[in-house]
Design a binder for this molecule. Structure first.
Ligand SMILES: C[S@@+](CC[C@H](N)C(=O)[O-])C[C@H]1O[C@@H](n2cnc3c(N)ncnc32)[C@H](O)[C@@H]1O
Length: 309
């Protein structure tokens, strides 16, 4: 599809801001190239050794669906998506999209941009699963104060705001597409309690302790370096209220090499998952503690939930 100005940036984003985004893109790309060169020379930064144990199960053929597991891989995505309660949530998100379309307001595709670059049926299906699964098991109620990490302008966040929650997203707009600006603009136009802050997720969060009842982070933590991920998890543990739930989805993989800015999360081993995510947060796994993976299949997606006692 031919790219037009309108597809790249919503028309209501002012020119000065677009110029700023373009400038930032050039700066970020050159910094990334430098860091990658360095990482090739000195090795990956913040890499967690694999350790002795594994939680991957080496399997061939079918793996039985542990239906009671809320912390689970998306291996059973089709079965989950067929559940009526999941269908209902997806229909709710679609209804929010229609409200935005009617006012010519934008939300992102799975590429975290306004252009349909990665807008494939499969990536949208995966995104529907992770949104609906995380929502379903996070016990969302109207009026809750919700923190999102890395989801500025997603239809999912607008759906939460449309449901009467107060949503704050921390996102550094890595693609420089205007998703932070857009979320704030849409919030104002729709009269929703939602806002986005342009900020790196590895930095301290600008919120007091015990501030949020729920946290979501959909397909983000795998994009952070290991030290940034640990900082973020520490901060999430701090800002989540006691009794609160944090819901995550992430891609994970077993054995690819890690460079600083090629940050796929290597979660193939239980040690890494606890070292990078659960332990720094000080939270505990909500739901099943038996995690099922299915090595040697690749490109997994999974959801997990943490809780503050
Ligand atoms: C794969 S997209 C997922 C977007 C969205 N949560 C969804 O479900 O479609 C990753 C998101 O994380 C954001 N992101 C990546 N690295 C980040 C960082 N270091 N700090 C804050 N946000 C970051 C990107 O801007 C993007 O919005």
């Amino acid at each position: 599809m031919e790219k037009t100005h309108q597809e790249t940036y919503p028309l209501y984003i002012p020119l000065y801001y677009i110029l700023y985004l373009k400038y930032r893109k050039v700066k970020r790309q050159s910094a990334t190239r430098k860091m990658e060169r360095l990482a090739r020379k000195i090795g990956p930064v913040g890499f967690v050794p694999e350790g002795e144990g594994q939680w991957t199960v080496e399997v061939e053929g079918e793996i039985p669906n542990p239906t009671e597991h809320i912390n689970r891989s998306a291996l059973w995505m089709d079965e989950d998506l067929a559940l009526s309660e999941i269908q209902e949530i997806i229909a709710g998100i679609e209804a929010t999209k229609k409200k935005l379309d009617a006012k010519d307001l934008r939300y992102t595709s799975t590429a975290a941009s306004f252009i349909p670059r990665m807008y494939t049926e499969y990536s949208e299906k995966k995104n529907s699963w992770e949104n609906a699964w995380c929502f379903r098991h996070a016990d969302i109620q109207k009026g809750q104060n919700i923190l999102d990490i890395g989801g500025a302008s997603t239809a999912f966040n607008f759906f939460l705001a449309d449901k009467g929650c107060s949503v704050t997203s921390i996102d550094n707009d890595w693609g420089n597409c205007g998703i932070v600006y857009n979320m704030n603009y849409v919030g104002q136009k729709m009269g929703w309690e939602c806002r986005a802050i342009d900020r790196d997720a590895g930095q301290p969060l600008p919120f007091p302790d015990n501030h949020f009842e729920r946290i979501f982070s959909i397909c983000v933590i795998e994009h952070l370096t290991s030290p940034d991920r640990q900082n973020l998890m520490r901060e999430l543990g701090r800002v989540l209220k006691p009794g609160g739930i944090a819901a995550f989805s992430t891609d994970y993989d077993n054995d690819r090499e890690v460079l600083v800015f090629d940050k796929g999360l290597r979660f193939g081993y239980r040690e890494k998952f606890f070292h990078d995510v659960v332990d720094p947060s000080g939270l505990r796994l909500h739901g099943n503690t038996t995690l099922v993976d299915a090595y040697p299949l690749k490109n997994f997606l999974g959801a997990f939930f943490l809780r503050k006692d």
